[in-house]
Design a protein around this ligand. Structure first.
Ligand SMILES: Cc1cc2nc3c(=O)[nH]c(=O)nc-3n(C[C@H](O)[C@H](O)[C@H](O)COP(=O)(O)OP(=O)(O)OC[C@H]3O[C@@H](n4cnc5c(N)ncnc54)[C@H](O)[C@@H]3O)c2cc1C
Length: 423
């Protein structure tokens, strides 16, 4: 075992994609850690998740076994000629755009290969890469995190207290670690904010989507419309996953992030859309999922406590990039913590992590929100001009997919070395 593991023990709060990715990265770099997950087991809400090439590159660099494991469970676009397509854009109006002479436009790139996985498969595969069951503890809900001298204390709901050299909050958008990092300096930035959009989610059984959508059920599609949109993609085994999104300039006044409504209210939200999309909608639950985000996070770190994943930068799902950022964060932070030989360097390593990951992740939160405006034809520069919408989408995705992670790693090492040297 590498001697560094005895010098540093990291507590990870949350065993979702972010916590598991960090655990895999730390394990690969021989840094000792324990993940504490509030739920009794892996918590896989939602059906599928799509991941871009920046994510698969991050996986490879976190631990080649992670990329290998992912490739075994990954679902690609069905038609080989569409492997570089993120989605075909169509219109949600009756005829899907044909009345305007618009027959769809591909948004993708030669740098992009469409892939995704079932969340459950992804989490299970990731858990299988952790070194034994001791490093992940289920049923441990953290209730407070605070730095005491050179240690960080975490108190759990059952009264237990654990102490670490550093704590990484991977506890999702509403995570308590956000309060520990931002509460003193930026109290008004702790809570999630509502994006002005909500979605209904649906799963269509094998064969049914083909019956409803015909040729449009082949691969990923985004149907854009005035104030509403649908995003749909096939799952392995022939099923179909979709979201119906609605933009309304009204505040979210419900105490939970979901709101049950009647089927009629749900249908009314998509009044005037193509009948095929309305038929698809019948497979959704009449449950509105409010889309919330952390549009502004002034810092990801406070001393020896740091934020990673959605607790740092929860995003709307319009670019399918939120989980990708979890992997990028996990890569950079595990790389930095893996280079620490003196625990005094922990706050400096966290500052370096913040300076590399935060600008990009926060820009992704911003552009994702902006992409929601494109999908709902409410973007100030593009409105309902389909040519402009497609051009804008192509540009923003390319920036996400082609990010140079090796350059980030080199900069992380260089910045940490600079801070390590006495002035
Ligand atoms: C509808 C929708 C579709 C999406 N689609 C995509 C997509 O296609 N591609 C993509 O890249 N991203 C997508 N995302 C975003 C992606 O799902 C998230 O970015 C990602 O799952 C965040 O992972 P996380 O581990 O940071 O947070 P979470 O998944 O929220 O995990 C946090 C974990 O911490 C645990 N926890 C919370 N509090 C505590 C506590 N106090 N103590 C201990 N444990 C705690 C929770 O139980 C949970 O297991 C989508 C999001 C939504 C809402």
């Amino acid at each position: 075992m590498n001697p560094r593991s005895e010098r540093l023990h990291v507590g990870i709060i949350g065993g979702g994609i972010a916590g598991l990715a960090l655990g895999i990265g730390l394990n690969y770099r021989h840094v000792s850690f324990t993940i504490y997950e509030a739920a009794p087991g892996l918590n896989a809400i939602g059906a599928g998740i799509s991941l871009g090439p920046n994510t698969t590159r991050a996986m490879e660099l976190i631990d080649p076994a992670l990329r290998e494991g992912y490739e075994k469970i990954a679902i690609k676009n069905r038609s080989p000629e569409k492997r570089h397509n993120f989605a075909d854009f169509l219109l949600a109006e009756p005829g899907l755009g044909a009345a305007r002479g618009f027959h769809g436009a591909a948004v993708g790139s030669k740098d992009f290969v469409r892939s995704g996985a079932h969340r459950k498969d992804l989490l299970e595969m990731m858990k299988s890469l952790l070194p034994g069951n001791d490093c992940i503890r289920f049923g441990f809900k953290a209730i407070s995190v605070c730095q005491v001298g050179k240690k960080v204390q975490v108190s759990f709901e059952d009264g237990q207290v654990a102490e670490f050299d550093a704590v990484v909050g991977c506890d999702g958008g509403k995570g308590i670690t956000r309060q520990a990092v931002l509460g003193h300096q930026f109290p008004d930035q702790v809570q999630l904010t509502y994006s002005g959009r909500y979605v209904y989610r649906g799963l269509v059984p094998p064969g049914k989507a083909q019956e409803i959508l015909g040729k449009y059920a082949d691969d990923s599609k985004i149907f854009i419309g005035q104030g509403r949109y649908f995003a749909a993609y096939p799952l392995s085994g022939g099923g179909f996953n979709f979201l119906g999104g609605r933009q309304k300039d009204e505040p979210w006044t419900h105490s939970h992030s979901t709101q049950e409504v009647s089927r009629e209210d749900m249908r009314n939200d998509f009044d005037g859309c193509d009948p095929r999309l309305l038929e698809l909608l019948e497979w959704a639950k009449p449950l509105r999922w409010g889309l919330f985000h952390h549009l502004s996070t002034p810092t990801y770190t406070h001393g020896r406590i740091v934020l990673l994943g959605d607790v740092a930068h929860a995003s709307t799902p319009h670019q399918g990039a939120g989980a990708g950022q979890c992997f990028e964060d996990a890569l950079i932070l595990s790389h930095l913590l893996g280079q620490i030989t003196d625990d005094q360097m922990i706050p400096a390593a966290m500052e370096v992590y913040d300076s590399i990951c935060r600008p990009r992740a926060q820009e992704i939160v911003r552009t994702s929100n902006d992409t929601g405006l494109l999908y709902t034809m409410t973007h100030p520069q593009c409105a309902d001009d389909v040519t402009k919408i497609v051009a804008s989408a192509r540009g923003r995705f390319q920036w996400i997919w082609t990010h140079d992670l090796q350059a980030d790693l080199a900069k992380a090492t260089e910045d940490l070395d600079r801070l390590r040297k006495p002035a």
